[in-house]
Design a protein around this ligand. Structure first.
Ligand SMILES: CCCCCCCCCCCCC[C@@H](O)CC(=O)SCCNC(=O)CCNC(=O)[C@H](O)C(C)(C)COP(=O)(O)OP(=O)(O)OC[C@H]1O[C@@H](n2cnc3c(N)ncnc32)[C@H](O)[C@@H]1OP(=O)(O)O
Length: 367
């Protein structure tokens, strides 16, 4: 039987690097496709102009192509994409000048050479922009990485120095307490003040850190903490020789250093992403008895210093003779005593919230 070969309608378009063929066959199943370096053939069963049948076609290309085809059958058509060997514009599709009857331009995809050139340039621009963005992201990532590294390095060193300083004070005082007993109370200042000055001056950085965004905490609690201690250390103890050999210095320094020998190592571990349960618990629990005791000890120191300031007239403000001789600094300190208890309330609440946050978020992580 002389079988009639049916040819489907084929539409084509090109770009500099590829050829698109659209074969008008619906619900087609491709039986055979023969891509070579110069031609392409296709045999498929599907619904075309002559109903449900087997259709086939072959095309000999004007120039060599890559011998692989990408085809996709849809309900409506078969889409074929073939890559040219050289990225060049062809003046026609087929080797023969006379185009086959079944071949027509695909106007949905059609571009002339200059439009295709523009499309190519647009694609290259998009690629370049994407590349630039990727490089930018990489650079930002690298910058972030360096910033985080420097920040962690700085915080680690800061905490280490404070830890060493307060440990030295704590150990020194403990050893002296064991050896000298109560006698050690009275020369605490002379044996540890230099180190305490150093640590408390450094602690000013704790106020700067939240301001610079280096740590995720409020500036105000840190300011209250550092300013409060520095008033006691530099003004009440530092400026009055009479205060320096009082037992209260021992209690104030011991209470301060008792928390810091746990707080700073806790921060050091946080800088390297580690967390020791016991240390975390000590950092977030010891303040509960220590903070009120600390404030009471500081208040005792302030109260003891009031008559000395009255007597020595240190920092007193001269007044017009009608109002008296001068205004003693002790009045400022009495106001400060009130502020201290306000500070205690603010920081106690802050530390309570920090404790809640820490244990709430850890619990959430466990579930
Ligand atoms: C002239 C005007 C004067 C005005 C003054 C007014 C009156 C003042 C009265 C003051 C009374 C003071 C009394 C006081 O001196 C008594 C004592 O101190 S007695 C001893 C007991 N004391 C304590 O326990 C307090 C110790 N100090 C503190 O806890 C802090 O200084 C405080 C600011 C109070 C709280 O700390 P913070 O807000 O930082 O909370 P966290 O520790 O939970 O940290 C939050 C997150 O930040 C990270 N962070 C913080 N610092 C660092 C650091 N140095 N390095 C690395 N990371 C840090 C921390 O890891 C937390 O991060 P995350 O949430 O991710 O875990």
């Amino acid at each position: 039987v002389d079988m009639q070969i049916l040819t489907p309608q084929v539409f084509w378009a090109q770009r500099h690097g590829e050829i698109f063929l659209r074969v008008e066959l619906s619900d087609a199943s491709v039986r055979q496709s023969d891509p070579t370096a110069t031609s392409c053939g296709l045999t498929a069963q599907g619904h075309g102009a002559k109903g449900d049948n087997q259709y086939e076609f072959s095309l000999e290309f004007l120039e060599p192509v890559k011998p692989e085809i990408h085809q996709k059958s849809t309900q409506r058509q078969v889409d074929i994409r073939i890559r040219k060997q050289d990225e060049r514009w062809w003046e026609r599709l087929t080797l023969r000048e006379k185009k086959p009857l079944f071949l027509a331009p695909d106007f949905d995809r059609w571009l002339d050479e200059s439009d295709a050139e523009m499309e190519l340039q647009a694609k290259a621009r998009t690629r370049r922009t994407a590349l630039r963005e990727k490089r930018g992201k990489l650079l930002n990532h690298e910058r972030d990485f360096t910033y985080v590294g420097l920040k962690k390095g700085y915080l680690f060193m800061y905490n280490l120095v404070q830890f060493l300083g307060f440990s030295w004070i704590f150990v020194n005082m403990t050893v002296r307490l064991f050896i000298l007993g109560q006698d050690s109370f009275y020369d605490t200042f002379h044996t540890t003040a230099d180190m305490m000055y150093f640590c408390q001056m450094m602690a000013v950085l704790e106020v700067a850190n939240p301001l610079l965004g280096l740590v995720k905490t409020g500036f105000f609690p840190a300011m209250i903490q550092v300013a409060g201690r520095n008033v006691i250390l530099f003004v009440v103890f530092g400026c009055l020789d009479e205060m320096q050999n009082k037992a209260v210095v021992f209690f104030v320094f011991y209470l301060w250093s008792s928390i810091e020998i746990f707080r700073y190592p806790f921060y050091m571990l946080a800088c390297i992403g580690t967390d020791w349960k016991l240390l975390t618990w000590l950092r977030y629990s010891l303040w509960i008895p220590l903070y009120p005791l600390g404030v009471v000890a500081e208040a005792v120191a302030v109260i003891q210093s009031l008559p000395i300031f009255d007597e020595t007239r240190l920092f007193s403000v001269p007044l017009p003779s009608a109002l008296g001789h001068s205004l003693s600094f002790s009045y400022t300190l009495q106001l400060y005593l009130v502020l201290m208890f306000l500070g205690l309330f603010i920081n106690f609440r802050h530390l309570y919230k920090q404790r809640q946050r820490r244990y709430r978020s850890r619990k959430r992580k466990v579930h």
